[in-house]
Design a protein around this ligand. Structure first.
Ligand SMILES: Cc1ncc(COP(=O)(O)O)c(C=O)c1O
Length: 1002
């Protein structure tokens, strides 16, 4: 058992806390802030901020904090319980070489990993351009017109594509055909995602897909060799109601390694009005005819093998590309080109009206945080190697695979297919287990095809191996000697010298089908040709990151985002080989370190939230929401209440909430807020009563998205429970609650957390994230990963596993007291900003004032700029852009209330930085006063023209009524915005989301 919290007071237990907090209790700066806010003490302030009756009943049970060295040593011991083997499992995860220049200067570089999602485009030009390269890479390798800026993993990308095809369907059909060659984990996630949408999955062979009768009747009894070899069950010959398929997913190359020419099959599917999605291996496309040329409408896949370690399953960037006619139905973020006020090309997020933050339950997807950092690594890998380099790497893999297959045949083995890129399946009959055991003893993992015959394919009894088949997938790291060692596993009695790679190679011919050779060029843009030296790459990365504002330069006071310190010591372990080089489907015995890490972290998260159990699988907050709602749905079914499908969601909720509810098959019913910004209790009462028979859940954020600990929370939870619903508390704002109150104690049944907020995983410029879903005792059996649970929501059992050590380190170094102190400081800082700025920008919502003191906010505050807009025409957006001139990333703009800025300073900022921000905001208010007094026109002032670039300030003529000095907002370490205000509307009229051969947006 862990020690009680009170023991947590040794010098070493506070060592990291002092590094993490910008200010610590008892120091003069805290006294200054308390005086400013008019609180007698920090305890008194927290009492005034917290709603009555919600304080924790007991302290969090976490082990006492240790310092950075001790935490790293402990984690090393845990990591050593993982066993790094050579993995030839494939199935979407491969060994890769991360170029050192990318490892050090992107993956391990805070200028890249501490950046936020590029909503403020003018200060995000570096990563936006890098994401344009990612999109260009994907679009050109797949030969489709447009690509988005990443998806969460290959399996969820397949599910998103299925949902996209469903939205676009031209028939009343509800059947989705799935190639029997599809990776099992993809099929498993498709199953989870299909059912709430009313989609019937049919796993069958490509031959059966192309056959109209088979499609109508599900007659897929002819299990082709390929399907058998892929290890995937084929829908049995049971009579099914005739239904017209609307979409089909093909895997290319297949899971068994087969490289099929599916042109005819795709044409036959098209002839029946079926949209075709191809899940393609991105590296194979350097050599093979791309999906677009085969006729696919949509392509999806993973870019993991472009430089990102396997990491036990993630994080990696998945991709999605489509024909341009389908572009407006694409899920996820898309970067596009536009122009700034000076007419120069600038990048920003395009077509946002598709996304959850605007369209809510009508959005194309619930995806918010995606995989920006892994996408940038993949893009840079392509930039560094160029098209020729990619071809070289892919050719070397294909060549070794052919030699491997040749050798195995010569050794008397049965290689199932005549075609291959990197994977071969061998039918070894009864020798299978002895070969696998021999391999394991030699530190080698062979692929053992599995079939997802139960809900969850991960580590679940019932996941059946296909008898007699083994699979070997090679990758960039495989050497000639590795191939020789593989042969030895299959023929242990053959003398090593008798069988040499160089000799066999002479007799081997390519296994790539000639008809599928790629002839079209790709990556013609100059960036893919000019950065092949390390010097050039280093400077490119520096040039790009210099254009952006990340946490390594300034506070990023984004409300609802918790941009806190991402401690360097916590960042170190993710690239240790014991964490990085683990295949997610390696035998469980090799992943014991991960299992222990997950068990400990899970236990700490339960202690923090007051829930009984957790799944760490969801790889973003949105996925946690989705999983949590499915858990509620599954529980209700188990109670015979499966008809319940209404989800109450306050109007102020984050867009992912309604979007997730819609994906989970629920009907979203909005609940009003009252004049104080609180959830309107009368409306909750009325809606609960109106929907009493069908109430499934209420989903609300706490503290509210308005930044307040609402007093009515316990009443709301009780009302929902009385009417048969469960309460989903969005835990994205957990940073206000650690050690103070716990959603599982004050009435919540389910919460997701955003580890990429509260638990110190960096935002990576828009991902990766981790969105664990925590649940009450009676919901435990329904979690993903449980045998009778909702099924997997991510491709890998532990989702974005390799970033979990970051949160582990954070908790271990903070301990219960540290985490509590973090929340208390976060609340103090928010109240300090709110009070100091009150005379200039009033805070919109607070708890009702007590005893003549100002009303308190939680860990963030909404500054109301609407009166200023009405008086001067200056908008919150103008202030956001002007802050860039002052060297700040703007607070959250117009969420949850249009025309406002929501500020969340976090606990990590020192008072100097808080004051610098306050000074900038006050200086900007003075500028607005000039407009108010009529001294500067409404349409020509430093706010309306912000941000100001260096060239505009140095131009020969200066025609504005304010000085160049004023415009520059010169200060120490001046940041120069690289572009002027970007024209969003222009960019969306004719979206250009890739870069052409001349470097121009296309
Ligand atoms: C309140 C709230 N809920 C949910 C989310 C979604 O989390 P993610 O972006 O990880 O999907 C966010 C993200 O900003 C949020 O602020």
């Amino acid at each position: 058992m862990v020690d009680p919290v009170h023991a947590d007071c040794s010098a070493s237990s506070t060592a990291f806390l002092e590094r993490h907090l910008g200010n610590t209790d008892g120091i003069p700066d805290v006294e200054t802030m308390l005086r400013a806010v008019g609180a007698a003490s920090l305890d008194a302030l927290i009492d005034e901020a917290l709603a009555p009756g919600i304080a924790r009943s007991q302290d969090m049970a976490l082990p006492p904090a240790v310092d950075e060295d001790a935490a790293l040593a402990e984690l090393r011991a845990i990591a050593s319980e993982n066993r790094v083997c050579k993995s030839y499992i494939g199935q979407g995860y491969y060994g890769t070489r991360t170029p050192a220049v990318l490892l050090r200067n992107v993956l391990e570089n805070p200028a890249w990993y501490t950046a936020y999602t590029p909503y403020q485009a003018e200060i995000s030009q570096g990563r936006l351009e890098a994401l344009m390269w990612f999109q260009t890479l994907v679009a050109e390798l797949t030969a489709l017109d447009v690509a988005n800026a990443s998806m969460l993993d290959e399996a969820t990308a397949a599910a998103e594509a299925m949902a996209m095809a469903f939205r676009l369907r031209r028939t009343a059909g509800t059947t989705f055909l799935v190639d029997a060659e599809t990776f099992p984990q993809t099929i498993a996630v498709l199953r989870t995602r299909a059912e709430p949408l009313g989609i019937a999955l049919r796993v069958c062979s490509i031959e059966a897909m192309g056959n109209g009768d088979a499609m109508a009747h599900g007659d897929t009894t002819q299990v082709p060799d390929a399907a058998h070899a892929a290890g995937v069950p084929v829908t049995p010959d049971v009579p099914v109601a005739p239904d017209v398929p609307f979409g089909a997913l093909l895997q290319y190359p297949g899971a068994s390694g087969i490289v099929r020419d599916d042109r005819d099959g795709i044409a036959a599917l098209h002839a029946r009005g079926v949209l075709v999605i191809v899940a393609a291996d991105i590296l194979a496309l350097a050599l093979l005819t791309p999906p677009g040329e085969l006729g696919a409408d949509i392509a999806i896949g993973s870019t993991q093998r472009l430089g990102l370690p396997m990491g036990n399953g993630g994080p990696h960037a998945a991709y999605m590309a489509c024909r341009k006619e389908l572009m407006r139905a694409l899920p996820g973020r898309i970067v596009g080109a536009s122009v700034d006020t000076h007419g120069q090309i600038a990048y920003r997020l395009a077509l946002q009206t598709r996304e959850q933050h605007i369209r809510r339950d009508k959005a194309t997807s619930n995806v918010c945080t995606a995989q920006a950092l892994p996408a940038i690594v993949a893009a840079m890998y392509a930039v560094y190697h160029g098209p020729e380099g990619l071809r070289r790497i892919a050719s070397a893999i294909a060549r070794r695979t052919a030699v491997l297959a040749q050798g195995l045949r010569e050794l008397g083995q049965t290689v199932v297919h005549a075609s291959a890129f990197d994977t071969i399946t061998i039918d070894v009959g009864s020798a299978s287990s002895s070969i696998v055991e021999r391999a394991l003893a030699a530190g080698v993992n062979l692929g053992v095809p599995t079939m997802p015959d139960v809900h969850d394919v991960h580590d679940v009894p019932g996941t059946l191996a296909m008898p007699g088949l083994l699979r070997i997938a090679l990758d960039e790291t495989t050497t000639d000697a590795d191939v020789e060692a593989l042969w030895a596993l299959f023929a242990p009695l053959t003398a090593p010298d008798a069988f040499r790679y160089a000799d066999v190679a002479q007799r081997a011919s390519t296994l790539l089908p000639a008809a599928l050779e790629r002839h079209s060029s790709f990556l013609q843009h100059p960036v893919f040709h000019r950065h092949h030296s390390e010097t050039a790459m280093l400077r490119l990365l520096r040039r790009l990151s210099d254009r952006d504002l990340a946490l390594d330069r300034t506070m990023i006071p984004l409300g609802s985002c918790t941009m806190k310190l991402n401690a360097t010591s916590a960042m170190l372990p993710m690239t240790w080989p014991e964490f990085a080089d683990i295949h997610p489907f390696a035998p469980a015995a090799q992943r014991q370190g991960y299992a222990r890490l997950a068990q400990q972290l899970g236990q700490w998260l339960c202690a923090a939230t007051g829930y009984a159990g957790v799944s760490l699988q969801p790889n973003a907050g949105s996925q946690g929401e989705y999983a949590g709602l499915l858990v509620i749905r599954a529980w209700q079914r188990a109670q015979g209440q499966g008809h319940r499908n209404v989800c109450l969601i306050p109007a102020s909720a984050h867009g992912t909430n309604p979007a997730s509810a819609a994906l989970a098959g629920m009907q979203v019913v909005p609940v009003a807020c009252d004049a104080q910004g609180n959830v309107d209790l009368d409306d909750v009462r009325a809606q609960c009563a109106r929907h009493a028979d069908r109430l499934a859940a209420m989903m609300l954020t706490y503290p509210s998205t308005h930044g307040v600990f609402e007093d009515g929370i316990r009443t709301i939870c009780a009302l929902v429970h009385q009417h048969g619903g469960r309460v989903y508390i969005d835990g994205a704002n957990m940073n206000a609650m650690l050690g103070l109150c716990a959603p599982g104690e004050f009435g919540g049944d389910v919460s997701h957390l955003n580890l990429h907020k509260t638990f110190a995983i960096p935002h990576g410029g828009g991902g990766p994230g981790v969105g664990p879903v925590c649940v009450a005792q009676d919901l435990l059996p329904f979690l993903p990963g449980e045998p009778g649970g909702i099924g997997p929501v991510s491709a890998a059992p532990l989702g974005n596993a390799s970033v979990l050590p970051i949160s582990w380190m954070y908790c271990r170094m903070m301990g219960a007291r540290g985490l509590r102190e973090a929340s208390r400081m976060a609340i103090l800082h928010a109240n300090y900003l709110s009070v100091r700025l009150r005379a200039h920008y009033p805070t919109l919502y607070t708890r009702a004032p007590v005893g003549g003191k100002p009303g308190r906010v939680a860990h963030e505050c909404i500054l109301d700029l609407r009166p200023l807009r009405d008086a001067t025409g200056i908008t919150a957006e103008d202030v956001a852009k002007r802050l860039m001139d002052y060297g700040f990333h703007a607070p959250t703009l117009s969420f949850p209330v249009p025309g406002t800025l929501m500020v969340e300073p976090t606990e990590s900022e020192p008072i100097e930085e808080l004051d610098r921000f306050i000074d900038a905001m006050v200086a900007i208010r003075e500028e607005i006063a000039h407009v108010e007094r009529g001294e500067w026109p409404r349409d020509d002032n430093p706010l309306r023209n912000a941000p100001h670039t260096a060239p505009t300030l140095l131009a020969a003529s200066w025609m504005h009524p304010y000085s160049r000095e004023r415009a520059a907002a010169l200060g120490r370490d001046k940041y120069w915005p690289p572009v002027g205000r970007i024209d969003n509307a222009q960019g969306d009229r004719k979206p250009r989301c890739t870069l052409g051969a001349m470097g121009e947006p296309a």
